[in-house]
Structures are given as structure tokens and as C-alpha cells.
Design a protein around this ligand. Structure first.
Ligand code: XMP
Length: 479
């Protein structure tokens, strides 16, 4: 037995000490950071791979804001790959593989395809992939008979404005404007469809200038995988859909099977970045990094819905865990993700100041419009459901997804998470605006214009319960 005499600290145990600063405005602060070496985020925020936090809608909003979302793995492989596809199709410079239909497709079928893919138009092609026309949702809006074929309603090729596949984006924009059209099919010399440029994509490009995008202008997205044989298939399916990052998501990430999984994934998909976790010690970071992890997730039992520390007695208070892990992470060039326990923007400042490159948020984002959690009314207030991925119901649902033949023995499940509700919080964009505003302000208090400068300048002071009380609103009735 060993007993460390060092006290483990968490966010509420400390404050950052203000430093001399030359920063006049928060806008001078650059919050950009590495997700993994080679991929930068404009804001250091990742939405958690929980089934009440991140599916396609959240991942789209996170990437548009300059962060990233990790699609959870508590769904079938097909559903997860579809979610990736949805994010990837949501915007791009050029849609390189636009969805196509045959001219004989009925409007009803076309409508279903558009609804499922969340798009407003389909390219109509012949058997050789040659452009015959364009069918948009507007063409179908008032069509009296949804049984008729697309060719009866589409805008035919002769009336379409098209461009060649090497059309530059600014030229495309002028062409779209000149002809007052919303979609510009790209064709080669033989009229074969090569891509599609849409007005919507150009508008989105201007609306989200800091979005996290891949080299083709598509939003980036990560996917969580486990450590079972089927997870190779899961990884492959999601990567096929364009996923940018694999996240090996295990409660105890400092375990030999997790280390082996990281090794295997790096061997099978050498070009794909792998984030792994969760760990709470420097040794954990070292072992996962040695296995090839490109980023390491830190946090054991710190999450809002976690009861790991209560059930098992294990964990390290999160600020201590992050700062110890970050020391090794910086030495090895492996970004650290502070995952769990972040409740306010000040905690984001503290986590980044302690050396993390990014933070992962669950509870703080679960109440937003974009989270998949159910909405409920409690005591007259709108709330949204959040649950731990090791909670009782998540365990039971997982068995159903795995199509496990075994009867569920409820008595055998030992949950390490709970089901709960959080207040409804509006759109994730607004929420992130507040969080990043707090972080920018925090960095300016440290005199830090960049994240590495913040690591350098951050100095913490431990506080007492009286200090904590003083730090919040006190001795007034808040209106
Ligand atoms: P926050 O505090 O942001 O934490 O809600 C989110 C993180 O909590 C972890 N997580 C769990 N940990 N039991 C645990 O011990 C669980 O059931 C559970 N579910 C999620 C996870 O790391 C997440 O990102």
C-alpha cells in the first residue's frame, strides 16, 4: 500500500492569479488549439461522446462554431456511420458525390431521400451518370401527385446552368447570382456529373468563418469506438463515411486492452488520428502515447453524471489529474483533453491553464437544442435528460443494440453513472459564445494571447471554503 500525501485538487479548490497584461480587448486573444497534432480547432471545446450529448446535429453545430463533436458509440454501426455521413454532407466547398436519382424515381421516393439526407435537391442522371436534370424540394412543393416520376417535374438539363468541375468558388458564386439559381451542377466534357456547388454552402462558409473543416471543406467530426472486435468494423464504417478522428472510449483507459486497441487501430489506419482515454495519471498518458495515441483524454469519475468514485473508490481530482497529465503530454507532444467536471466557463479557463489543449463537455451541453436528450418538464421548467454511459439504463440499452441474446440480469449490472436532467439552455451556439467569452476574458487576465502562453503564465492559488464562498455571488438577493 502507498499513500500519497499530496492533496488532489479540483476546479473549485483553486483560482487563477491575475497577471500583468498588455491585452486591451478580448478579441486580441487567440483560443485556437490542437485537437491532435495536425488538426487545429478555433475554440478548444469538444462535445462529449455521450448518447444524450452528441449525435449529428450537435456535431454539426460544434464544428460550425470551431470546436468538434464526437458521435457516441451506443448505436448500431450503420447508425453511427450514417450520423458521420450527415455531418459530412451538411456543408462543403463542393459536393463531390451529390446524391443522384434515376429519372423514373417517384416524387415520393425523392422526398424521402431528401428528408433523410437533410438536403434540398437531387441530381437526376441516366445509367451512365450523365446529367438529365435537377429536382429540388421547391419543384415538388405543390405537386398534386407524388406518384409521378422525377423527370416530369425536374428542371431539365437544357434549362440548367452548369459549370465545369474546376470552377473556382468565387466564380461559382457569381454564376449562381447572375442566373439567380441556388444549385450549380458541375459536369465534364461528356456531361457526366462531377459535383455540385450550392448557394447554401457558400452562405454557410461566410456565416461560420472559423468552422472546423477538412481539406474538402466538409465539417470535421470524430467517432467513439470501444475495444471489441466489432469496433474495428465500426471504425472502418465511420472512416468510410469520412470521420476525421477515432476516440477509443473506455472508462479505465489505462488498461492493457485499451493500449492494445490503440496500437491495433494505428496499425490498421495509420493515417487516422486516434484519441484515447480516459486516464488520470501521467503513467496513463505515457502508455497510451507510446501505443500511438495522438491525444489523451483525462478524467476518471469527474463527470457530472459519474458515480465511479462513489462505487469504486477510484479517481483523481480533476485539476490535479489534468496538470500532472499535461506535463507529460507537453513533453511528448500529445494534446491533453480535460474531460468531465466542467460546470462553468471559469472551469474551462482553469483546465486550459492547467495544461489541457481542449476540454470535453457533457453536462454543460446536454441542455441545448442540439443534444439528442429528451425534453421534459419538471416543476414547470423545461429540462433535458442526460445519462451516464455507465448508468443502469445505458447498460441495458447497450445490450439491446449489441443484440445480445442473453437475458439481462438487472441485479448483475453495477452502474457507474446516473440518469438525470439539466436545465434547458437554448442553442449550443449561444452557449459556446458564453463559454468562449469567459475563456477569452480569462486568458486576458493571465496576459496570454495564445493557449501556449496561457500554459506558461497560468498560476493557481489554492483557496478555502471561505474563498470559494467569496468567489460566488454573496450577501445579495439575485434578481
Ligand atoms: P461532464 O461533467 O461534462 O462529464 O458532464 C462528461 C464526461 O463524463 C464521463 N462519463 C461517465 N463517467 N460514468 C462515469 O464514471 C458514466 O456513466 C459516465 N458517462 C459519461 C465521460 O468521460 C464524459 O465525457
Amino acid at each position: 500500500m502507498k499513500l500519497r500525501t499530496q492533496t488532489g485538487l479540483t476546479f473549485d479548490d483553486v483560482l487563477l492569479i491575475p497577471k500583468r497584461s498588455s491585452i486591451r480587448s478580448r478579441s486580441e486573444v487567440d483560443t485556437s488549439t490542437h485537437l491532435v497534432p495536425g488538426i487545429r480547432l478555433h475554440i478548444p471545446i469538444i462535445s462529449s461522446n455521450m448518447d444524450t450529448v452528441t449525435e449529428a446535429e450537435m456535431a454539426i453545430a460544434m464544428a460550425q462554431a470551431g470546436g468538434i463533436g464526437i458521435i457516441h458509440r451506443f448505436m448500431s454501426i450503420e447508425a453511427q456511420a450514417q450520423a458521420v455521413d450527415k455531418v459530412k454532407r451538411s456543408e462543403s466547398f463542393i459536393v463531390e458525390d451529390p446524391l443522384t436519382i434515376a429519372p423514373t424515381t417517384s416524387l415520393r421516393e425523392a422526398e424521402t431521400i431528401m428528408e433523410e439526407a437533410h438536403i434540398g435537391g437531387l441530381v437526376v442522371v441516366d445509367g451512365e451518370g450523365r446529367l438529365l436534370g435537377l429536382l429540388t424540394s421547391r419543384d415538388m412543393l405543390l405537386a398534386p401527385d407524388k406518384g409521378v416520376s422525377a423527370e416530369r417535374v425536374m428542371t431539365p438539363r437544357a434549362e440548367l446552368v452548369v459549370a465545369s468541375a474546376d470552377e473556382a468558388l468565387h466564380e461559382a458564386r457569381l454564376t449562381l447570382h447572375k442566373h439567380r439559381v441556388e444549385k450549380l451542377p458541375l459536369v465534364d466534357g461528356e456531361n457526366r456529373v462531377q459535383g455540385l456547388i450550392t448557394a447554401q454552402d457558400i452562405i454557410k462558409l461566410q456565416k461560420h468563418p472559423h468552422a472546423t473543416k477538412d481539406e474538402r471543406g466538409r465539417l470535421r467530426v470524430g467517432v467513439a469506438v470501444g475495444i471489441h472486435r466489432s469496433d474495428y468494423v465500426r471504425a472502418e464504417a465511420c472512416l468510410g463515411g469520412g470521420a476525421d478522428l477515432l476516440v477509443v472510449d473506455v472508462a479505465h483507459g489505462h488498461a492493457e486492452h485499451t493500449i492494445q486497441m490503440v496500437r491495433d487501430l494505428k496499425e490498421r489506419f495509420p493515417a487516422v488520428p486516434v484519441m484515447a482515454g480516459n486516464v488520470a495519471t501521467a503513467a496513463g498518458v505515457r502508455d497510451l502515447a507510446e501505443a500511438g495515441a495522438d491525444a489523451v483524454k483525462v478524467g476518471v469519475g469527474s463527470g457530472s453524471i459519474c458515480i465511479t468514485r462513489v462505487v469504486t473508490g477510484f479517481g483523481v481530482p480533476q485539476l490535479t489529474a489534468v496538470s500532472e497529465c499535461a506535463e507529460v503530454g507537453h513533453e511528448l507532444g500529445v494534446p491533453i483533453v480535460a474531460d468531465g467536471g466542467i460546470r462553468k466557463s471559469g472551469d474551462v479557463s482553469k483546465a486550459i491553464g492547467a495544461g489541457a489543449s481542449t476540454v470535453m463537455l457533457g453536462g454543460m451541453l446536454a441542455g441545448t437544442d442540439e443534444s439528442p436528450g429528451a425534453s421534459v418538464i419538471r416543476d414547470g421548467q423545461q429540462k433535458k435528460v442526460i445519462r451516464g454511459m455507465a448508468s443502469l439504463t445505458a447498460n441495458v440499452d447497450r445490450k439491446a443494440i449489441d443484440k445480445s441474446e442473453q437475458e439481462i440480469d438487472w441485479g448483475e449490472v453495477v452502474p457507474e453513472g446516473v440518469e438525470a436532467v439539466v436545465p434547458y439552455r437554448g442553442s449550443v451556439g449561444d452557449m459556446l459564445h458564453q463559454i468562449v467569452g469567459g475563456l477569452r476574458s480569462g486568458m486576458s487576465y493571465a496576459g496570454a494571447k495564445t493557449v501556449p502562453e496561457f500554459w506558461e503564465n497560468a498560476e493557481f492559488i489554492r483557496i478555502t471554503p471561505a474563498g470559494k464562498q467569496e468567489s460566488g455571488v454573496h450577501d445579495v438577493d439575485v434578481l
